[in-house]
Design a protein around this ligand. Structure first.
Ligand code: NDP
Length: 324
């Protein structure tokens, strides 16, 4: 298998982090390949309207925003490759990546922007009503549920945070958790417990997301079918929205054992930098951030990664020239 292309910088991932990195690196007159992956545009392509990305006064649809970002990077010469990276060789120079099309690409610097994926329950109706009442991001979609009744599924810190955030909009927030004990930190749990808008259903799992299709053809969530795991009791509760908050999984499987990661599999970057444990490899966006997880923070860190990679390339090339 031959290496088909070489670039100054290869970017793995095409969400706000990857495409912003592409824009900055391409504007720095470097050759840039963006390996877009299985979900070109990233997590925003599975949301509907994005109202909190600065610059769009009236909001913008997630897929459209990503389309604009891609075109903006391409205007300066960044090239999109619609292939999924399945293997990386970080012990070679230049770095080499192999894709699902059995093609190899090489690059002097690598930017990892593979993001994270919200874990989903995988029960009937969940995928069908995703974006139509089912969400995995309260900060993104909470605003659409003013004075409505919503569920939050999960018992960790994310679930508590999502539930608390949703009390700003919703008339009632019901936390549904599969056990009696909560994994969430004491302080977050106490904060949520003291909020009068939050109600609790424990030892209960979601069996099905229920909904309907309106005459206009638009789908809408109407409720959840629940099962108490202790008693076996099954019942239906009406909900306008359901937020799945059972954790995120960083998309880092191909970097396991090759880049330093924390206990949850997030890539570790240096303080105030996007440098990883391997020189010449930089990381940005949700793959290295489990705290903020916003499009705008991902884009910001993508910009940082491009600047870090550009400066690093300049330094090593200058050093090589001086030694020659
Ligand atoms: P966690 O893994 O901590 O919690 C996931 C929760 O979802 C658990 O309660 C788990 O239940 C439940 N769950 C998992 N799978 C299923 C399933 N299939 N069906 C039903 N329930 C399920 O993930 P978080 O995203 O909450 O947190 C990840 C990390 O990020 C943690 O370290 C957390 O502290 C941190 N974080 C910190 C925040 C802060 O400090 N402000 C905010 C958000 C996250 P069970 O307990 O039974 O396993």
């Amino acid at each position: 298998m031959d290496t088909v292309r070489h670039a100054d910088i290869a970017i793995i991932g095409s969400g706000p982090a990857g495409l912003t990195a592409a824009l900055y690196a391409a504007r720095a007159q470097l050759s840039v390949l963006v390996l877009e992956g299985n979900q070109p545009g990233g997590q925003l392509t599975i949301t509907t309207e994005v109202e909190n990305y600065p610059g769009f006064e009236h909001g913008i649809m997630g897929p459209e925003l990503m389309d604009i970002m891609r075109k903006q990077a391409q205007r300066f010469g960044a090239e999109s490759i619609f292939e999924h990276v399945v293997e990386v060789h970080l012990d070679e120079r230049p770095f080499v990546v192999r894709t699902d099309r059995e093609r190899r690409y090489s690059a002097d610097a690598l930017i990892v922007a593979t993001g994270a994926s919200a874990k989903m329950l995988g029960v009937p109706g969940e995928a069908e009503y995703m974006g139509y009442g089912v969400s995995a991001c309260a900060t993104c979609d909470g605003f659409f549920f003013r004075n409505q009744r919503v569920a939050v599924i999960g018992g960790g810190d994310t679930a508590m945070e999502e539930a608390l955030y949703l009390t700003r909009f919703a008339s009632e927030v019901v936390v549904i958790h599969r056990r009696e004990e909560f994994r969430a930190s004491k302080i977050m749990l106490a904060r949520a417990r003291s909020n009068e808008k939050i109600r609790w259903i424990t030892s209960t799992v979601v069996e099905e997301f229920l909904g309907e299709t309106l005459p206009s053809g638009i789908r809408r969530l109407t409720g959840l079918r629940l099962r108490n795991v202790a008693t076996g009791n099954v019942w239906t509760e009406p909900f306008d929205g359901a937020f799945v908050a059972i954790g995120h999984k960083p998309n880092t499987d191909i970097f396991r054992g090759k880049l330093a990661m924390d206990d949850n599999g997030y890539i570790v970057t240096e303080c105030k930098s996007t440098r990883t444990s391997v020189e010449g490899v930089f990381a940005c966006g949700d793959v290295q951030d489990h705290v903020y997880r916003q499009a705008i923070t991902a884009a910001g860190s993508g910009c940082m990664a491009a600047i870090d990679a550009t400066r690093w390339l300049e330094t090593i090339r200058h050093t090589a020239e001086a030694a020659a």
